[in-house]
Design a protein around this ligand. Sequence first.
Ligand SMILES: Nc1ncnc2c1ncn2[C@@H]1O[C@H](COP(=O)(O)OP(=O)(O)OP(=O)(O)O)[C@@H](O)[C@H]1O
Length: 345
Amino acid sequence: MTAPETKTLPLRLRGLTRRFQPGLPPVVDGLNLDLHGGELLTLLGPSGCGKTTTLRLIAGLDTPDAGSVLIAGRDVSRLPPEQRGVGLVFQDYALFPHLSVLENVAFGLTHLPRPERLPRARETLALVGLTVFESRAPHQLSGGQQQRVALARALAPRPALLLLDEPFSNLDAGLRYATRQDLRRLLRLSGMAAILVTHDQEEALAFSDRVAVMRAGQIEQVAAPEDLYLHPRTAFVANFLGRSNLLSGVASGKVAQTPLGTVELGAPGAGAVTLSIRPEQIVLTETGAQAQVMSREFGGRSTLYTLQLESGQTLLMQTHAPASSQEGQTVRIAVRGSAHEVDRP
Ligand SMILES: Nc1ncnc2c1ncn2[C@@H]1O[C@H](COP(=O)(O)OP(=O)(O)OP(=O)(O)O)[C@@H](O)[C@H]1O
């Protein structure tokens, strides 16, 4: 029996596993994930960690070796894609070249009575702001406009779940930003849940309600973007989401002794610890630990310094003030705010 509350979940993965080659570890390795109604979740991780395979298993384009995919409480693990009620937008968004924009969007609406198809397609095209282009052929549109048609085509049947695999990868930075914002607004309006696959951390943080960081076929941590950035559980997550300094120390309650002096801890600890400290948390002080400026990179709104401690360990420091310290100079530094323990056994 499925518990009543799980029926309302747009997606539930249990022990999802896919192994392509016997003897090698599974590419997707016992994945568990619950997606809540209207939630936007991103699968983020390095190349080859199994993001696309996971999406293909959810969509029904591939079959798991073990585990299950539940969509709206229904086990669809063995059903073909067209019976799963999901919308798909893949990188190459293959529109039908011989069909008009409107016909492309109406294509997936065969489940509706004929008189309802074109009105539904027009309504969805209006949502993505492409009404005036409805009679054009896809090749008469820009890349960004084609991308929106692909989105409209996936959205038109009103699926409970939308799967997006690097859908903005062919767009330039400006268009990427605008399309991402539009999509987010559209999904919010329609209340659809979505899973986005990307290896662009900025995109993951900006788009999602929660981000699942994947590593070698498993989810290493899943949390809201702020939470993931501020409270990474592992060094891998800390480094995958932005840059991080890893500092060893000895914790005693709410503080730890480190090469940078006494550092406050986000949560109490005991004994030997590894701490994640963001480059923007390292600040210049009058009396802190000594470090030598090895290099600096001016980045417009901020400057990133590489510093070396007397122990030889290097650290990154990011400052918003105009660059002041010079290469070769000795500075004194401390940690501002609290550090977070990672890789807790
Ligand atoms: N059909 C297949 N047969 C054999 N190996 C495969 C197959 N599909 C994927 N793989 C392997 O599975 C691993 C994960 O691939 P997947 O495409 O899921 O990674 P990804 O995280 O989406 O990577 P990227 O960010 O580069 O797209 C890779 O090592 C890939 O070579």
